[in-house]
Design a protein around this ligand. Sequence first.
Ligand code: KG4
Ligand code: ZN
Length: 349
Amino acid sequence: MVVLGIETSCDDTAAALVDGDRRILANLVLAQLAEHRPYGGVVPEIAARSHLDHLDSLIARAMAETGLDFADLDGIAATAGPGLIGGVFVGVMTGKAIAAARRLPFLAVNHLEGHALSVRLTDDVAFPYLLLLVSGGHCQLLIVEGIGCYHRLATTIDDAIGECFDKAAKMMGLGYPGGPALEAAARGGDAGRFDLPRPMLGRESLDFSFSGLKTAVRHRIADLAPDRLTAGSPVVRDLAASFQAAVADVLADRCTRALAVFQAHCGRTGPLVVAGGVAANQTLRARLAAVAAECGTVLVAPPPALCTDNAAMIAWAGIERLRLGLSDPLDFAPRPRWPLGEVRGPAPA
Ligand code: KG4
Ligand code: ZN
């Protein structure tokens, strides 16, 4: 089985071909960094136009790389939400057009489901598992019980974690995109130099909060003389390292508690899986691996290139759905908001 995946929900135009034996035959990502950089963040209208300009040729390149013809495909999977709706429309319309022309099944894939299942593509992890989903728009803990069976334990009560990384990086003058820049800036920094808050630490509820941490970074920066705040300066390095340490402490605390909830819910331990763009962060991965080991389990994380947005995860989610006999009608309406709890699974046996 071979499925074409299409991803256009934010600022990456992506096309991939994946087969049922978990082989990634082609995986192309065209980041729009240069187009958005002057604005310090993603501009939805620019993103949608850029997807429109590049998606067709990217798909053609992916097909050419594999030597496959559309006639060799078993389905077309496109991100149908959640995300920036202009871009989602471009991907969905393109996917539907190929599916209609070639009489192939169309799969409207939830972007979060793509992240949630990516670890089954890379590591063949069995259900159930505890998922920490950390991206630009989300920060959630879920028990993944099966396709379309996502039991949410926690979410953020304010900012998403990637958003917090991006804003903190911007305040530190590290530019866009913030997450990878902040990680690079933190290398060799003194994580103990700045005392930053650990929101929600020790709370019974599993939810997250990041706005207080963001505000604290703003205050620490306001206390500094502006000339000390240049990229590469020791003060930025230490502030970035202190920020990462605060985030790591929060995630470690939440995941330790969530693993106990998972055990009570499932009657056994299960692997801790981390996915989404922020899961590319090596400091956070190392900390989560330690948490998993302390709790008698393992951390499983896709390689960094499959943590950030890509179409291989969308193709794979399509394969998983197709195998269960699931597909979507060509009048499926893209959804700017689409919580994982509303993703349809197979009919109960
Ligand atoms: O999953 P993703 O590529 O797109 C969304 O679905 O949102 O996640 C993007 C987010 C951005 O906020 C980006 O700054 C963050 O992931 N990110 C990172 C790293 N790489 C990407 N955050 C921290 N460390 C990284 N290495
Ligand atoms: Zn994503």
